[in-house]
Design a protein around this ligand. Structure first.
Ligand code: GTB
Length: 216
C-alpha cells in the first residue's frame, strides 16, 4: 500500500509549515506510515489532472490504492481510523476526539482564517482598520473559550489524539500574528504539539522542500 499526498511545489510561507499538507504529514508520522509526495504548482492545481483528485483545485490530497481523498479533516480521520495512535480505543473517548477535530475545523479555524485574510490581503482596503479589530475579537473569544476548557491539561481530552493534532495545526496559523502570546496555556499547548517527534519530522520534510537552505 503506497500513500501519496500532494503539496505545494513551493509554499508561499517559505517553509513555516502553515500549508495544510503539514497536518497530513504529521498524522502520517504519528501513525508511522511512509508516504510519497507529488508536488504541484499553482497552475497545475487548476488543471484537469489535479481537479480530478481535488474538485476545488487545492492541496493536499491523499491517494491510497484506489482511494482518493481531499479535505484534511477527512484525510486525518481516515488515517486515525485505519491505524493506531491517533484515536482512543474507548468508543466514547473516540467520539469526543473526533468532536475536537470538528471543533478545530468548524469552530476555531474559520475566525482564524478570517483574521489571516484580513492581515494579509485586506490592508489596502479603506475599511481595513475598522474591520481588523472585529475579526481579532472573534479569534480572541475562541481562544479564551478554548483556554478555559484546556486549563492546565496537556491535551484536550486525555491522551494526545487526532483532535489535538488538528487543533494545534489550526492554532499554529496564529503564530505569525503573536496572538497566542496573550494565551499562555494555549501557547504551551501548541509548543507541546510542536515538540512531538512526529510533528518535527513532518515540519522538517516540508521545510526541506520549501526552504532547502534552512533545512540544511
Ligand atoms: N478545507 C481544505 C482542507 O482542509 O483540505 C482547504 C485546503 C486549502 O485551503 N488548501 C490551500 C490551497 O491549495 C493550501 S493550504 N490553496 C491554493 C488555492 O486555493 O488555489 C492554505 C494555506 C496556504 C498558504 C499558507 N501560507 O503561505 O502561509 C497557509 C495556508
Amino acid at each position: 500500500m503506497t500513500m501519496t499526498i500532494t503539496a505545494f511545489e513551493r509554499s508561499p510561507d517559505g517553509g513555516k509549515g502553515l500549508a495544510r499538507d503539514t497536518r497530513v504529514r504529521w498524522a502520517l508520522e504519528e501513525v508511522g506510515q511512509p508516504y510519497a509526495v507529488r508536488f504541484v504548482s499553482f497552475a497545475a492545481m487548476k488543471e484537469p489532472a489535479h481537479l480530478a483528485v481535488h474538485p476545488f483545485g487545492q492541496i493536499p490530497t491523499y491517494e491510497e490504492d484506489d482511494l482518493v481523498l481531499f479535505e484534511t479533516g477527512a484525510i486525518v480521520l481516515h488515517l486515525a481510523e485505519r491505524h493506531a495512535g491517533l484515536l482512543p480505543g474507548d468508543a466514547n473517548a473516540r467520539a469526543r476526539a473526533i468532536a475536537w477535530m470538528f471543533a478545530a475545523l468548524n469552530t476555531v479555524e474559520p475566525p482564524i482564517l478570517e483574521f489571516a485574510t484580513a492581515r494579509l490581503f485586506e490592508r489596502d482596503k479603506p475599511w481595513h482598520a475598522e474591520r481588523l479589530p472585529l475579526v481579532e475579537d472573534r479569534v480572541r473569544q475562541r481562544l479564551d473559550q478554548l483556554s478555559a476548557r484546556l486549563r492546565d491539561a496537556d491535551w484536550l481530552d486525555g491522551a494526545f489524539s487526532a483532535g489535538d493534532l488538528m487543533m494545534v495545526s489550526v492554532l499554529l496559523r496564529l503564530k505569525p500574528s503573536g496572538m497566542l502570546d496573550g494565551h499562555p496555556k494555549l501557547a504551551a499547548y501548541v509548543a507541546r504539539g510542536e515538540a512531538r517527534p512526529a510533528y518535527k519530522r513532518a515540519f522538517a520534510a516540508q521545510l526541506a522542500v520549501n526552504n532547502p537552505q534552512v533545512a540544511g
